[in-house]
Design a protein around this ligand. Structure first.
Ligand code: S3P
Length: 433
């Protein structure tokens, strides 16, 4: 599937993007191992979250839906999962694989987790290592420590783990394994990362102790009680529209019901530093997560040095932020973001290549990129099986001087199944072929 984006356009109106991916995954996982029924609304019906849903069906969990974002999970309790008949296919989804590795490490059966071409290249030793310290028997595929990976069949003991990188997936993997471990499991992170697992565990009535700013702890062997979860709109999906309005002269767009968890709002802070005109309204709390409407009106952007402390808080938003940087006056410098190299693609290299194709000076560095704002031309871009690369170059068309063709766009359905429809409604000149 290709996107063809004609140059120019203005974005206007009101958009509600689909449900948060991180929260949708966790709602299925925790609902499945809870006691009783969990009712989810606003669930993201994207391929990644559906991979998680299918995995739990394959382990004997009765799940109704999804239908218009509604899912009902009949929890089987902490010890009610059954061995799946075959390997569990996580598709493109690193979150599914890494969180499930933790949740399945302490099950009485062994499970093999597989994925698509992109996921099969991604590092899994970062979760295998702490799980082995807990006593788990974990196999990854050598020499790279990549999928397929096989876990389960071991008794786990609680550990204290110092995360070597700021990763919510690794933190969550260890905490989920901790539910099945003897005694206490605690994790210290080098910088704050998304805390949806901790918030949602508490929502299911499971105690999570916060010790100082950087450490969380759980005791093994508790119980989760089924609950109601309202999933807010995904700030990571909203980002494409925020940046579309921020770069296209004359734009005025409102995004509704966007999740504004403080561990996810780096994109808002960074855009404001670049001069974007962004206002929040109707700030409220929904099911333990802060939510608001975001209005973005076009204003000229300028290049900045991105503050290091914002990097983990905006980690999924950098491909789109690089488009903002390409449209800004002056130079934008990103450092401390080596994690971008191990996402669905190497997002530093792939974005630098794509921006250069469009005539922008973009210099990759080992842990970031230097981008000079300029005039975007047209050209052909490869998604490299990465949804966020495809959507980022789609919004670049708003400021391009010639058409942009993006190859490999079927992957957009992993996180944002109705992207093309919402984008066209808002004013992007995008066609699919
Ligand atoms: C996620 C954590 C982040 C993020 C990913 C979703 C999660 O990954 O990039 O899209 O739901 O926990 P890392 O843990 O690798 O930073």
């Amino acid at each position: 599937m290709e996107f063809v984006v004609q140059p120019g356009g203005v974005v206007k109106g009101t958009v509600r993007v689909p449900g948060d991916k991180s929260i949708s995954h966790r709602a299925i996982m925790l609902g499945a191992i809870a006691e009783g029924v969990t009712d989810i609304s606003g669930f993201l019906e994207g391929e990644d979250a559906l991979s998680t849903l299918q995995a739990f069906r394959a382990m004997g969990v009765d799940i109704e839906g999804p239908s218009e974002g509604r899912v009902r999970v009949h929890g089987v309790g902490l010890h009610g999962l059954k061995a799946p008949a075959a390997a569990l296919d996580m598709g493109n989804s690193g979150t599914s694989m890494r969180l499930l590795a933790g949740l399945l490490a302490g099950q009485p059966f062994r499970t093999t987790l597989i994925g698509d071409a992109s996921l099969t290249k991604r590092p899994m030793e970062r979760v295998a290592r702490p799980l082995r310290l807990m006593g788990a028997e974990v196999e990854t595929t050598q020499p790279g420590g990549t999928p397929p990976m096989t876990v389960g069949g071991s008794r786990l003991k609680g550990i204290h783990y110092e995360l070597p990188m700021a990763s919510a997936q690794v933190k969550s993997c260890v905490l989920l394994a901790g539910l099945y471990a003897d005694g206490e499991t605690s994790v210290t992170e080098p910088a704050p990362t998304r805390d949806h697992t901790e918030r949602m565990l508490r929502g299911f009535g499971y105690a999570v102790e916060q010790r100082g700013p950087a450490t969380v702890a759980v005791q093994g062997g508790g119980r989760l009680q089924g609950t109601r979860i309202e999933v807010p709109a995904d700030i990571s999906s909203a980002t494409f529209f925020m940046i579309a309005a921020a770069i296209a002269p004359g734009s005025d767009l409102t995004l509704t019901h966007v999740g504004l968890n403080p561990t996810r709002i780096g994109v808002i802070n960074i855009l404001k530093l670049m001069g974007a005109d962004l206002t929040l309204s109707d700030e409220r709390e929904v099911g333990g997560e802060p939510v608001a409407d975001i209005r973005v009106r076009y204003a000229p952007l300028h290049g900045i040095e991105i503050p290091l402390d914002q990097v983990p808080l905006a980690i999924d938003e950098f491909p789109a932020l690089f488009i903002a940087a390409a449209c800004a006056d002056g130079t934008t410098v990103l450092r401390g973001a080596e994690e971008l190299r191990v996402k669905e693609s190497d997002r530093i290299q792939v974005m630098a290549d794509g921006l250069q194709t469009l005539g922008i000076r973009a210099e990759p560095t080992p842990d970031g990129i230097v981008i000079e704002g300029g005039v975007l031309g047209g050209g052909a871009i490869e998604s490299h099986h990465d949804h966020r690369i495809a959507m980022s170059f789609a919004i670049a068309g708003l400021r391009a001087t010639a058409p942009i063709t993006i190859h490999g766009c079927e992957v957009v359905a992993t996180s944002f199944p109705n992207f093309t429809m919402l984008a066209a409604e808002a004013g992007l000149r995008l066609t699919v072929r």
